[in-house]
Design a protein. Sequence first.
Lengths: 301, 106
Amino acid sequence: MKLDTLTISEDEVISRKDFLEFRDDDLKALVDAHEMAQTYAEPVIEDFYQYLLSFSHGRSFFQDPVVLARVKQAQKNYFLDLTRGDYGPEYVKNRLRIGAVHQRIGLPFQTYLGMYNWYLRNVANRFFEAYADNPGHALKLLLSLTKLVFFDVGLAMEVYLRTIEEQQEAIKELSTPVLQLREGLLILPIVGALNSARARQLTEQLLRAIASRRAKMVVMDVTGVPAVDSKVANHLVQTVAASRLMGATVIVTGLTPEVAQALVAIGVDLSSVKTAGDLQSGIEEAELLLGYRVVKVETAP
Amino acid sequence: MASIQSALTDADWMKLSADLSSQIGELRARAVVLDLTLMDVMDSFATRVLRTLAQTVTLRGAQTILVGIQPDVAIAMVQLGLAQRLDGILTALNLEHGLDMAEALV
C-alpha cells in the first residue's frame, strides 16, 4: 500500500465527522482534558504494552526492544494528539499512516480493535476517577473521546480495505494472460477462481486479443480453476459464444474428472462447447483444424 | 457481399433481406458475406433479421458468413442471449477471413 496514494478528501472527512456527530463541544471537552491526559499518558502507555505483551500474538509483533521503544513514543504522541484539538488534514494523514504501518507488519484488524477497546476501558476508569464528584462530566468526556476513536478506527480500516482491493486488482491482472502459440492460435490458461467480474474481464481481454492477433482458434485451459459451478460454466459458455461471433473457435481443455462429473450432475449444457482432455490434445486439435502439421525432425544418432 | 452501415432502420433491414435473397438467384451466388464491422449496436430485431436472412439464404442454396463483429458487440449480444440465435451461421473475424472462407465454399 503506497502512502502517497492514500488520501481522503476533505469533504469525506467532514461528512464522516458529521455522521459521528463530532461537534465543537466534543472538541472543547477533549481539549479541556489535555492537561489531565498529559499527567497519565506515561502510565497508561506502560500499562498498555504490559497488557499487549502478556499475549503471545502481541509479543510476536514487538520483540525488538528498539522497535518497542519507538512504538511507545509514537503511541504516546497519538495519545496526546487525541486531546490536542487539531483533527485536520495532518491528523487524518497521521492516522492513515499508522494504519498502514500496522497493516504492513501484518497486525490483524481484530487485534487493532482490541487494543482500542483496552485503551477506551482504561481511560474511562481514569476519567471517572478524576471526576469522581461529577460522573456526568466524565461520561460526556468519554462519549466525546469515543466519537474521535471511532473516527480513527474508520481511517485505519480504510487502509486495510484498500489494501485488499489493491491485491485483488493485482491478482486479476496477473492471472489472465492471452498467449499466441502460432499464427491464428491463442492460448488462454485460466488460473484461480473465476467470479463474474473476472470472467467478464477475461472475455473482454480474449476478444480484444482475437481481434488484434487475428486468431481463428483459441485453446482455453481451465486446469487451474479449482471449482466450476453453474455460474462459472455459464461464463465459459458465454465467452465461447462471443468468440464464435468474432469468427474464432474455442476449445476448452483441462476439465478434470471431478469437474466434469459435477457439471453433468448440475445439468450445465456444454454441448455447444468444443472440449479436449488436456492442453496438449487441445493444441493438437487446434493445429489440425488450422492446417498445421507438426513433424519431428529425424536427426542422425 | 454486403457491407452494413452503423445505423440501419428496421425498414432498411427488411429491404436488405429482400434484395439479398433475390440477388442470390440472379448471380447464382454460393456464399453471402455480411460485413458488420461498422455496426456498434446489435439489437434483438437485427439479430432476428440476420437469422431469417441466413435461413432464407440457405433455402436458396447458399451460405451466410458474418464478419467483423466487434468485441463489445459480441459481449453485449452474448449477455442479451442473442448469440444462440445465430447458431449455425458461419462467422469470421474480418472481411479477409470471411472471403477466404467463402472461396473455400465456392
